[in-house]
Ligand binder design. Structure first.
Ligand code: ST9
Ligand code: NDP
Length: 421
């Protein structure tokens, strides 16, 4: 057994965002590689008419837990759900639960966030920045805390071209923004959001930049590390290859291309497609937790969890791989034969949108209406266009991330690959 998995045995861990894409992989890996972990507390909110208990029961049925279910059939007994809402004062955790966390938790992984690019600024601030502030406040009172790991994004500082593993000055003073959104009318906040964002492309990256700064300012004596993954994609190996459960980042675009719906996309062939498989990002996160707790670095360490500097892969190559994969492995019930092209020209893209997206969608919806069924293709196309408009910023540019801390961490591991510890 490696030092990393040995470290977590006997420890009590707290995870936020455990019901999300990365959170599920984190919970699974932790329970599978460190079966003697004492307890894994997860902060969960009731949602969509489901209680916290129902949500956790449904989550544990998810395929991603099949392997740990086989290895350790009682793994669910280690999971201790806590009712919480990160946007509420004191995270809406009951006094009894809070006391339990304060006495028991050894390591915190903070994954919860809104990752929507179009999130209203007020909500993105309340969750990504104030939520982080509240969690830090709780963590500072924890009596046995050894490490606090915050998941940020490699794009938090996307207004820079070269991104070091340091915390940059924030786009604004977080406290001033908290005060502003406190008293300003929601519609006025919406109106001034572009001005506040400045060079930042969306409220997601903006609030992630703010939360990094806030952590640096308010960390006190905590042992903290920040992980900045780039575009997190499907798993490479663990718990099995190819697992993903959302349409974020590139996955929605790939599926739309595979279904033959997406025919044109704005991207720069020569720009780096900085993707990282979710299991690699989670392995780094767990290893960083171990390193932070055991080696207690003097300063807060930032890990750029990126691939472009080590093994660059370009959007042009990505497009070819995606198309050839779908040609070899066609998806069920495709709308048309997959045939997507990339262009960096706005006009050419608009032309193909009209000819290859809108015209077939109108004809298809007409056919649906005539046969007494509900039209749906134009709705899908409009959603796709909205998503492509928001993602374009990332598919047309390259960034250089330094990854010295990631390399340093890798040098401490048993193997030079990212295989299970
Ligand atoms: C030839 C190949 C070409 C290759 C080149 C491609 C280039 C692409 C470049 C991509 C770069 C990505 C960079 C990302 C960088 C940031 C990474 C991070 O830090 S952090 C993480 C990054 N964060 C992000 O990536 C967030 C980005 N996404 C967003 O912000 C929002 O999704 C939105 C604003 C784009 C759309 O909002 P809205 O219109 O409100 O729509 P909702 O989302 O609410 O979904 C509604 C429903 O539709 C469903 N569905 C969705 N897609 C598909 C699909 N393809 N099919 C079927 N269904 C789909 C969806 O499941 C849902 O179903 P249900 O639950 O209702 O049942
Ligand atoms: N996916 C990616 O490409 C990348 C992600 N990241 C970062 O990784 C982290 C995880 O992302 P990912 O797993 O993709 O995101 P998901 O959207 O899949 O998960 C978000 C998690 O946050 C929880 N959450 C949201 N709002 C609240 C709230 N008000 N109170 C409590 N919990 C809440 C969600 O819970 P619920 O189920 O209740 O909604 C969910 O568990 C984020 O910090 C993100 O910024 C960084 C780089 C890339």
């Amino acid at each position: 057994m490696s030092s990393v998995s040995a470290y977590y045995n006997g420890k009590t861990v707290l995870i936020t965002g455990a019901t999300g894409f990365m959170g599920k992989v984190l919970v699974e890996k932790l329970l599978r590689s460190s079966p003697e972990v004492k307890a894994v507390y997860i902060l969960v909110r009731p949602k969509a008419g489901q209680s916290m208990q129902e949500r956790v029961a449904n989550m544990l049925k998810c395929k991603v837990f099949d392997r740990v279910r086989e290895d350790c059939p009682n793994f669910h007994e280690k999971i201790k759900p806590i009712n919480a809402e990160l946007t509420q004062p004191k995270l809406a955790i009951s006094a009894e639960d809070e006391e339990e966390l304060l006495t028991r938790v050894n390591v915190v992984f903070h994954c919860a966030a809104t990752v929507r690019f179009d999130e209203p600024l007020k909500h993105a601030l309340q969750l990504n920045v104030m939520g982080t502030q509240r969690l830090l406040e709780l963590a500072r009172q924890m009596r046995n805390l050894e490490a606090f790991i915050h998941i940020s994004t490699a794009y938090a500082n996307c207004v820079r071209k070269c991104i070091e593993e340091i915390i940059y000055p924030p786009p604004a003073e977080p406290q001033k923004l908290f005060d502003l959104v406190e008293w300003l009318d929601e519609s006025i906040i919406q109106d001034i959001t572009p001005k506040l964002l400045g060079e930042w492309p969306n409220t997601y990256t903006y609030t992630k930049a703010l939360s990094e700064y806030l952590i640096q300012q308010e960390k006190g004596n905590l042992n903290i590390a920040i992980i900045r993954p780039s575009i997190v994609g499907a798993s490479w190996l663990e718990p099995f290859p190819g697992w993903i459960d959302n349409f974020n980042g590139t996955s929605g675009i790939f599926i739309a291309a595979g279904k033959g719906i997406l025919r044109t996309v704005i991207a720069n062939n020569e720009a780096v497609a900085d993707m990282i498989p979710v299991d690699v990002a989670i392995n780094l996160t767990l290893a960083a937790g171990w390193y932070t707790a055991v080696h207690r670095p003097k300063n807060l360490l930032v890990y750029n969890c990126t691939t472009g500097g080590i093994n660059p892969f370009f959007w042009g190559e990505m497009g070819q791989y995606v198309m050839s994969t779908f040609k070899r492995n066609p998806l069920e019930q495709a709308f048309r034969t997959p045939n997507a092209h990339m262009t960096s020209s706005y006009l050419i893209n608009q032309y193909w949108i009209t000819v290859s997206h809108k015209a077939p969608a109108i004809l298809y919806d007409l056919y649906m209406r005539l046969t007494g069924r509900k039209p749906r293709m134009m709705k899908i196309i409009n959603r796709l266009h909205k998503s492509m408009t928001l993602l374009q910023y990332f598919s047309t540019q390259s960034w250089n991330w330094s990854s010295d801390n990631m390399s340093m961490l890798m040098s401490h591991l048993n193997t030079v690959t990212c295989l299970p510890f």
